[in-house]
Design a protein around this ligand. Structure first.
Ligand code: FES
Ligand code: FES
Length: 157
């Protein structure tokens, strides 16, 4: 079957298998390796991409579901002016070590920020689909608060 979609602002047209996963399409065909391959069962969030602005686990999402939609990966987001705020916040708070989880974290936070999430949003809940094996989360939450503009939840104070 043929799909037409937009990936990082560029039109993409391709012949695909009906069961082809967005993860394989982005990494294998388009070489967008900022989309990380890890658990492959929708648990870790490393494979997060945005489809029409919503975070999806690309390891569970079929390419044809993205037909006619706009897909954003970290490779596209780095070219947007607001990316520098995320870069600055993650650097200032030392919110990454190996960096494997970072693209997914950043895209999830971008979607949250774009949604107009209020000051009282619970970032631990919002990020519970993005796992990090290195940092212990405290630094990531600090960076997340900086970019989303939220207050620490009661249990973080
Ligand atoms: S690789 Fe998709 S959620 Fe872990
Ligand atoms: S910084 Fe290594 S997994 Fe998060």
């Amino acid at each position: 079957m043929r799909v037409e979609l937009t990936v990082n602002g560029d039109p993409v047209s391709a012949e695909i298998e009906p069961q082809e996963l967005l993860l394989d399409f982005l990494r294998g065909r388009l070489r967008l390796t900022g989309v990380k391959q890890s658990c492959e069962v929708g648990v870790c969030g490393a494979c997060t991409a945005l489809v029409d602005g919503q975070p999806v686990s690309s390891c569970l999402y079929l390419v044809h579901e993205a037909s006619g939609r706009e897909v954003l990966t970290i490779e596209g987001f780095v070219n947007e002016s607001e990316f520098s705020e995320f870069e600055e916040a993650f650097t200032r708070h030392a919110a990454l070590q190996c960096g494997f989880c970072t693209p997914g974290m950043v895209l999830t936070l971008k979607a949250l920020r774009d949604s107009g999430a209020g000051r009282d949003v619970d970032l631990r809940e919002e990020l519970d689909g993005n796992l990090c094996r290195c940092t212990g989360y405290r630094a990531i939450l600090a960076a997340a608060r900086a970019v989303v503009g939220s207050e620490p939840a009661e249990r973080e104070r």
